[in-house]
Design a protein around this ligand. Structure first.
Ligand SMILES: CC(C)(COP(=O)(O)OP(=O)(O)OC[C@H]1O[C@@H](n2cnc3c(N)ncnc32)[C@H](O)[C@@H]1OP(=O)(O)O)[C@@H](O)C(=O)NCCC(=O)NCCS
Length: 219
């Protein structure tokens, strides 16, 4: 995999996981253990859980890589190198989309003063995670920023006659209301909270409160 953006004074670099043999090896050797460790360390941050994902076969992990709607960005660092000397993942973000608009998405577009009928594509930011020992150094913000810049460039290529500065997409992230760090991260990245609801549960216990946060991506 190619080494991506590396800032001055940083011991980490951002890259996206390519959909090829290198990307498949990286997914199984690095992303899978990184994700499972995230689910174990921060079980309250995600809609999924360790018991579910540890049972996934390699095919399931690779189907995530091959999902044409998903693109995953990671920050890798030599300070988390494995015994082979290969750099380890310190943070991740996946952008999914375009996905069908929900009532919440349309509500955000209406609140943003966009005129109906709304035709902006909707993308979700998911899988945002930074290793506990690497937090508070701006890594999640940088990985999410790189993922959204890449999306912006993709949208610009698809619409060669785009008008610079016009809204090109809606970006959404769903976050548990108790997750102050994630809320702070998304607020700092320009997301605002528009909708909240209780998580659906099979039992009669009330689910956790989920906030949907949105921002526009400009062309
Ligand atoms: C949320 C999380 C990804 C932040 O990662 P990070 O790399 O430490 O974040 P950054 O250093 O890039 O922080 C960027 C901004 O987010 C906000 N932020 C980060 N951590 C915060 C905290 N603990 N409390 C409040 N705001 C916080 C700040 O505004 C920060 O900018 P600043 O440092 O200039 O003030 C990380 O805490 C984490 O992995 N948590 C567990 C998993 C999780 O909650 N994922 C999100 C699921 S929706």
């Amino acid at each position: 995999m190619s080494t991506g953006e590396q800032g001055r004074g940083r011991d980490w670099a951002i890259q996206h996981i390519p959909v090829d043999e290198d990307g498949a090896r990286f997914t199984l050797d690095k992303l899978k253990p990184f994700r499972l460790a995230a689910l174990q360390h921060d079980p309250d941050a995600f809609g999924s859980d360790y018991a579910r994902e540890v049972a996934f076969t390699d095919e399931v992990w690779l189907s995530r890589l091959h999902n044409p709607l998903a693109k995953t960005f990671v920050a890798v660092s030599p300070t988390t190198a494995d015994p082979r000397g290969e750099q380890g993942i310190v943070a991740s973000t996946t952008v999914f989309g375009p996905l069908p608009s929900t009532a919440e998405d349309l509500h955000f577009m209406e609140q943003s003063g966009l005129s109906a009928p709304w035709s902006l594509p909707v993308y979700h930011v998911t899988g945002v995670y930074t290793n506990p020992e690497s937090r508070g150094r701006g890594i999640a913000k940088a990985v999410m920023g790189a993922a959204l810049e890449d999306l912006q460039a993709t949208l610009q290529r698809a619409d060669a006659g785009h008008e610079a500065g016009k809204p090109a997409a809606v970006i959404r992230v769903d976050v548990y209301a108790h997750n102050m760090a994630a809320h702070g991260l998304y607020s700092a990245a320009g997301f605002s909270e528009v909708e909240s609801r209780n998580e659906a549960r099979e039992s009669s216990e009330p689910g956790r409160r989920i906030l949907s946060m949105f921002r526009l991506l400009l062309a």
